[in-house]
Design a protein around this ligand. Sequence first.
Ligand SMILES: NC(=O)c1ccc[n+]([C@@H]2O[C@H](COP(=O)([O-])OP(=O)(O)OC[C@H]3O[C@@H](n4cnc5c(N)ncnc54)[C@H](OP(=O)(O)O)[C@@H]3O)[C@@H](O)[C@H]2O)c1
Length: 257
Amino acid sequence: MHINLNGRNALVLGGNKGIGFGIARGLSEAGAHVILTSRSLSDAEAAAAKIGATGLACDTGSPDSVGALCAAMDKVQGGIDILVLNSGGPPPGSAMGISSDQWRASFESMFVGLVRMADHVLPGMRAKNHGRILSVISSGVIEPIPNLAISNAIRPALTGWMKTLANEVAKEGVTVNAIAPGRIETDRLLQIDTANATKQSKSMDEIRAAAMARIPAGRYGTVDEFAAAAVFLASDQASFMTGSIVRVDGGQIASTM
Ligand SMILES: NC(=O)c1ccc[n+]([C@@H]2O[C@H](COP(=O)([O-])OP(=O)(O)OC[C@H]3O[C@@H](n4cnc5c(N)ncnc54)[C@H](OP(=O)(O)O)[C@@H]3O)[C@@H](O)[C@H]2O)c1
């Protein structure tokens, strides 16, 4: 099977590093014209330059910034064919005592800003009878992760929206899926492991070894392994897959459902 994304325009939010950059690189290698974003324009441009993409600024937690990106997307010839909804993870922490301001800020950047972006490009996708929307979520949607209360609470909202939308646009050639990372080696994972080491008064080696022991594959995943699933879901070949959560977790999630 050969995946060919020539002629497709892809927008990858949070695409300058980690999982987002891996997806942006994979889409670009498959032939798509990629636009990737970071909150910092210079970081976006630097990452984009590595893969022949276009870099733009966007903070999904800022309505003005999302509005500016929506306006920029209106100028993309042919419109957006592939939209990857990705953003930064929220601060780690337990469920008790999170401030209302923190809940609102996280909901804005992890839900409202992403859904608004999708709403903006959806009319173009529906008119073309083709589109791909992918959300980067977390294994915590299926099996909540200790000390990640905000993620465990907000990502299921995005997943519920994803499934509802998938059913609404399935007859119009637009697929909508989510990909759940288990533990993928990135800066974010380093942040999570560091927080756990501090909370449990353990060394990073101990924390990593304990985490890997819970993964049947016995290791963390790579960004490229994650991106491969995203590129497939973005392809024409994935036309009958919609409304799904695809796991890239080395078997970590304990249940099959
Ligand atoms: N890695 C894992 O194992 C894992 C597991 C479960 C879930 N996840 C989730 O998957 C997503 C990607 O993870 P990652 O490991 O690739 O994280 P990462 O390496 O920290 O990268 C996060 C990306 O999001 C961007 N970003 C951060 N805050 C943003 C905001 N408010 N608006 C727009 N972009 C923003 C960052 O760019 P700038 O900082 O330059 O803006 C960066 O491109 C995160 O939501 C993470 O929580 C990751």
